[in-house]
Design a protein around this ligand. Structure first.
Ligand SMILES: Cc1cc2nc3c(=O)[nH]c(=O)nc-3n(C[C@H](O)[C@H](O)[C@H](O)COP(=O)(O)O)c2cc1C
Length: 352
């Protein structure tokens, strides 16, 4: 295995075996109103939604996680099967490894075999900064065709880049690259944070580009600083172990990021709420706050490393929980979820 392959492998193993979550799950601060007279039949609730003009049968995105080494192929295959089974969206992890080693392409392209309504390609933002515009465009065309993608996610993961021993914390010129690439790429471009969330100002800047969606990727679930902390400790790298521990809980929570991004964009750009989603009730909370879909990573990783059946069963359960939440509020469609008057206990988040 080369360096990137073993790093992706380590990330998955650590996410499965260690405590890698933020100290608090901020979905616990959101409350949904109970309706004792819902006046509807639970089986008539429509949980389908539209994202980028495609229909998803449930408002779920399997968030970007992996690819680039042997086990990743199996994980993506199981997730791809489940995404097709439930007609939900699915992202793959950063495809950089397959650009550097073509033998790894099928660990991502395996999801092409499934009829998934939205397949999302993925590349890190620091990568496009390093490559520059022309090379980025070439590489992005390649990763899009690798999985026959319907959308592309550019992943803002500067927290991870800065605490990771091999990190590449190059952010200068990133916004301009995003602007230019969003103009040039002919499928929807999603800007995706991966655990540190989105401020009002960042969303406002993004709203002036041609991006099609924001995955707010907020704090509250998997912390990449935590994952890198365990890695650095394992490799006896004191500097990075210490720094990543210090920034374990850095960022803006997912619910607060939705509010920030929604207000900054006048709710005109579809938002995906990823970060700390544990079950269908969290998905319902995310929808009530105005996001179009919820993204789920670690919970599905746990099931996808067990079996295809476990993955399917977990998503089935999450869907049942979404329906249950909607039934108990008397809401019969995803569109109407926006009208729910949720309660949000804002914790001390510092400056947004
Ligand atoms: C093992 C692992 C690998 C990940 N790799 C990527 C990646 O390559 N690209 C990306 O955009 N996000 C990546 N993520 C971040 C997830 O997409 C998601 O934003 C984050 O885990 C928060 O969601 P969660 O709390 O449901 O886990 C990864 C997450 C995990 C757990």
């Amino acid at each position: 295995m080369n360096k990137i392959e073993s790093r992706k492998d380590e990330h998955v193993q650590i996410a499965l075996e260690k405590n890698v979550t933020s100290i608090h799950n901020y979905w616990d601060d959101v409350e949904l109103p109970h309706n004792a007279l819902p006046e509807l039949n639970m089986y008539n609730i429509d949980i389908s939604t539209k994202l980028f003009n495609k229909t998803l049968e449930a408002p779920i995105v399997i968030a970007a996680m992996t690819g680039g080494y042997d086990l990743a192929k199996e994980i993506n295959e199981r997730l791809g099967y489940a995404a097709s089974n439930f007609q939900i969206a699915m992202g793959v992890g950063s495809q950089r490894a397959a650009l550097e080693n073509t033998q790894l392409r099928e660990t991502y392209s395996v999801i092409k075999d499934f009829d998934i309504p939205i397949r999302i390609a993925n590349i890190g933002a620091s990568q496009i900064v390093l490559w520059g515009y022309k090379k980025s465009l070439r590489c992005i065309e390649d990763i899009i065709s690798m999985i026959d993608a319907h959308a592309l996610a550019i992943c803002l993961n500067f927290l991870q880049e800065v605490v990771q021993p091999e990190g590449e914390p190059h952010a200068e010129g990133c916004f301009q690259q995003i602007q230019q690439l969003a103009d040039a790429i002919d499928i929807p471009v999603i800007i995706k944070e991966s655990g540190a969330g989105i401020s009002y100002d960042v969303a406002l800047r993004l709203s002036k580009t041609n991006i099609a969606g924001i995955d707010v990727g907020g704090k509250g679930g998997t912390s990449f600083a935590a994952i890198e902390h365990h890695r650095a400790k394992k490799h006896s790298d004191y500097l990075h172990a210490r720094c990543s521990e210090t920034f374990w809980n850095w960022g803006i929570s997912t619910p607060q990021s939705i509010i920030n991004a929604g207000k900054a964009t006048n709710w005109k750009i579809p938002l995906i709420a990823t970060g700390g989603i544990r079950h269908g009730l969290d998905v319902a909370k995310a929808l009530s706050m105005g996001s179009r879909c919820a993204g789920i990573a670690r919970v599905l990783l746990q099931h996808s490393t067990k079996s295809k059946q476990a993955t399917v069963q977990e998503i089935e359960t999450i869907i049942k929980e979404i329906r249950t939440s909607m039934f108990l509020m008397g809401i019969n469609s995803i569109e109407k979820m926006k009208e729910v008057s949720y309660g949000f206990r804002k914790r001390d988040e510092g400056i947004q």
